[in-house]
Design a protein around this ligand. Structure first.
Ligand code: NAP
Length: 331
């Protein structure tokens, strides 16, 4: 059997992202040993039942001891506290990375605690679902998705290449950019759509003239697609809003102006303007499909491709050995 990429990988946080990583690390045999740490005894027990790793603890500091790769997968607002806790046990030469949806804030929180000789490389896999917790993960989550690194000025190129190769083996394509650019980009492609969805679903919920049962009954007319985004984890999205505030406010400002312009076009029956906008946006949908970032099926193909809700656990009975193959379904 070939030597795994890392002798020991410590996963701090074992929700959707952490548990998907555990599954793909196991499937691809990327680690000799997977140590799992999570805050609550309940989540830890579930991770153990799913056999996601080789060792389980609520002591994050203990988990990272001797690891050559540490991946922090917790809500972005908790990154600083986690870095402070694990820092004294990080060994020289270890790669420390995260998967947080915001980068400037995560760097500001974590970097002050990173000891000399530790390669801290902030990262963000653009892959997810509206589900959370260890049952929600699946090994295929990262397949053909982008993983963005926001390296620091002194990031070691060899460490960056090794981490890039790790994510490539998890299925990702790799990109690098600076943290501010990442945060601005993600504000438009991810954060704003989620905020709009939360807002629309909240508005529908508040409407007194339409009963809730009617909203749900006729939801397939468009509302349903927003509810999927609006079902995303409240803790994660509270933290994203608080930790990418400036970029989100900037994008919300632009959005409000464009919405006002659309409102005006409807009020004044500006047919050409409406038709022009709707034609332009339809072309964007086509380019997303052409780029392989979604498939051209009704309901965005989600029902049809039958993404596993509770993916088959890949049992790491012996270090790095998966006993149950993955389901092979696309995310
Ligand atoms: P999740 O499923 O809710 O799991 C969160 C994990 O973090 C759990 O292990 C949880 O532990 C732990 N945790 C929660 N609060 C904590 C705290 N205050 N201190 C220490 N640990 C804490 O979340 P996720 O979806 O995997 O997201 C994890 C990270 O990935 C976030 O930073 C998010 O921005 C990023 N991300 C998410 C997505 C997505 O679509 N979900 C996509 C890309 C990146 P317990 O359960 O034991 O409390």
């Amino acid at each position: 059997m070939s030597t795994p990429m890392f002798e020991k990988i410590a996963l701090i946080g074992i929700g959707l992202i952490g548990s998907s990583l555990a599954r793909v690390i196991c499937r691809e045999r990327l680690a000799g040993h997977i140590a799992i740490a999570t805050r609550s005894a309940e989540t830890l027990k579930r991770a153990e039942e799913l056999k996601l790793g080789d060792a389980y603890t609520t002591d994050a500091r203990g988990a990272v001891r001797g690891a050559d790769l540490v991946i922090v997968s917790v809500p972005v607002g908790a990154s600083g506290a986690v870095a402070e806790e694990i820092a004294p046990a990080l060994k020289k030469g270890v790669i420390l990375t995260d998967v947080g949806s915001t980068k400037t804030s995560v760097i500001a929180q974590m970097q002050p605690f990173v000891p000399e000789g530790v390669h801290f490389i902030p990262g963000h896999p653009l892959a997810g679902t509206e589900k959370s917790g260890p049952d929600a993960g699946f090994a295929e989550l990262f397949e053909n998705r982008w993983c963005i690194f926001t390296p620091l000025e002194d990031t070691d190129p060899d460490a960056l290449e090794k981490l890039s190769e790790f994510w490539r083996r998890c299925g990702c394509n790799i990109d690098t950019m600076d943290a501010q650019h990442h945060d601005m980009t993600l504000a438009i492609v991810s954060h704003l759509p989620h905020i709009i969805a939360y807002s629309i679903v909240g508005t529908a919920d508040d409407l007194e003239t339409v009963t809730k049962s009617k909203v749900i009954k006729y939801s397939a007319s468009g509302f349903r697609d927003f509810t999927r985004l609006a079902a995303s984890d409240p803790t994660m999205w509270r933290d994203v809003c608080l930790h990418n505030r400036d970029a989100i406010l900037e994008m919300l400002g632009r959005f409000s102006e464009d919405l006002a312009s659309l409102q005006r076009a409807i009020r004044w029956s500006e047919a050409d303007k409406l038709f022009g906008l709707f034609t332009r946006t339809r072309a964007i949908r086509r380019s997303i499909i052409e780029a392989g970032q979604d498939i051209d099926m009704p309901d965005f193909g989600r029902q049809a491709i039958g993404r596993p809700q509770a993916a088959q656990p890949q049992q790491c009975k012996a270090p790095g050995v998966c006993l149950v193959p993955s389901s092979g379904a696309a995310p």
